[in-house]
Design a protein around this ligand. Structure first.
Ligand SMILES: NC(=O)c1ccc[n+]([C@@H]2O[C@H](COP(=O)([O-])OP(=O)(O)OC[C@H]3O[C@@H](n4cnc5c(N)ncnc54)[C@H](O)[C@@H]3O)[C@@H](O)[C@H]2O)c1
Length: 299
């Protein structure tokens, strides 16, 4: 109903909250429920790659909460299935799992075809699946390592966009690509990863120009440090886990890492509310890029 009236959930919340604060505490609670679900993306069909865990899962929770039909594409069968049971038990929209290895182009094409056939439309594509290899100097990366990472972090994004765009143009939908803060500021011993994320930033801007005439917006999110299983694996495999964790937390003036839920809320805001942004890289960093810090890396 809110969509039909072109009134945002927030407007309704505000009016409802103002009225209810003059009446009973029960009504106040009701108003807070409205506040909680202020951003709506009802019945929109959203594909999120790599959403079985981490940032992708945070996005899936946010969009299902906002009433969307979310298709989770991930190569982890068990975690993907678990995620949709969690989402469908607790939330307002619906979620579906399509097992997809994003490095296999036929599976990527199949993801788009099956989603469009099953749901009749695609409104938003979130290209999130990606990987950060352990930190080593360039001498220790093989050409094959780089090619493989490029396939996952970049070619899969190009392919998903290419095949989803005919559907996104019909709905005047949008694309959100997960880049990284390090695409802009660099990172020690991470040449291959940083190069792939730099490619995502540039690709996002180029595609945003081409698709503007079709009413499709294309944006990126650049996270800094978000506490996810990927980060936990880096901590667990380091020589000094306590120090690695502390370094991660204190890289932000805010003194903590971000959460997948915070990533989800930003993605939902870009998709549902930020209707005059395209080609924009949205920093999700807790200020990690601000100020001077110790920049000399100890071996
Ligand atoms: N966590 C951070 O601090 C951080 C910072 C900057 C950028 N990012 C980017 O955000 C994205 C998500 O990161 P995360 O920390 O949530 O990672 P994560 O490893 O916790 O989750 C990534 C998900 O992608 C899936 N995936 C990996 N390879 C796949 C493939 N071939 N096919 C299908 N699915 C695949 C995994 O199964 C997993 O569910 C990545 O693109 C990453 O580069 C993360």
């Amino acid at each position: 109903m809110l969509d039909d009236l072109s009134i945002s959930g927030k407007d309704v919340c505000y009016v409802f909250y103002s009225l209810s604060s003059y009446s009973s505490p029960e009504l106040n609670l009701e108003a807070f429920h409205w506040l909680e679900v202020a951003m709506r993306y009802t019945d929109k069909v959203v594909i999120i790659t790599g959403a079985a865990r981490g940032i992708g899962a945070g996005c899936a929770r946010a969009f299902v909460d906002a009433g969307s039909k979310v298709v989770i594409a991930d190569c982890r069968d068990d975690e993907g299935t678990k995620m949709i049971s969690e989402l469908n038990a607790l939330r307002k929209g619906r979620s579906h799992f399509i097992k997809t290895d994003m490095t296999k182009m036929q599976e990527v094409e199949n993801l788009i075809i099956v989603t469009a056939e099953q749901f009749g439309r695609i409104d938003c594509l979130i290209n999130n699946a990606g990987w950060h290899p352990p930190h080593v100097p360039i001498d220790q990366f093989s050409i094959e390592d780089f090619r493989h990472l490029f396939e996952l972090n970049v070619v899969s994004v190009f392919a998903a966009c290419k095949w989803a765009l005919p559907h996104l143009r019909k709905t005047k939908g949008n694309i959100i690509n997960l880049a990284s803060l390090v695409a802009t500021i660099g990172q020690y011993y991470a040449t291959t990863y940083v190069a792939t994320k730099g490619a995502i930033l540039s690709f996002t801007k180029a595609l945003a120009i081409d698709e503007a005439c079709h009413g499709v917006r294309v944006n990126s999110i650049s996270p800094g440090n978000i506490w996810t299983p990927l980060w936990k694996e880096a901590v667990d495999s380091s020589d000094n886990p306590e120090r690695t964790l502390l370094d991660g937390e204190t890289a932000q003036p805010m003194g903590r890492m971000g959460t997948p839920e915070e990533a989800g809320r930003l993605a939902l805001f870009i998709a549902a509310e930020a209707t005059f942004t395209t080609g924009v890289d949205h920093l999700l960093t807790g200020g990690a890029e601000l100020g001077y810090g110790r920049k000399v890396h100890e071996e």
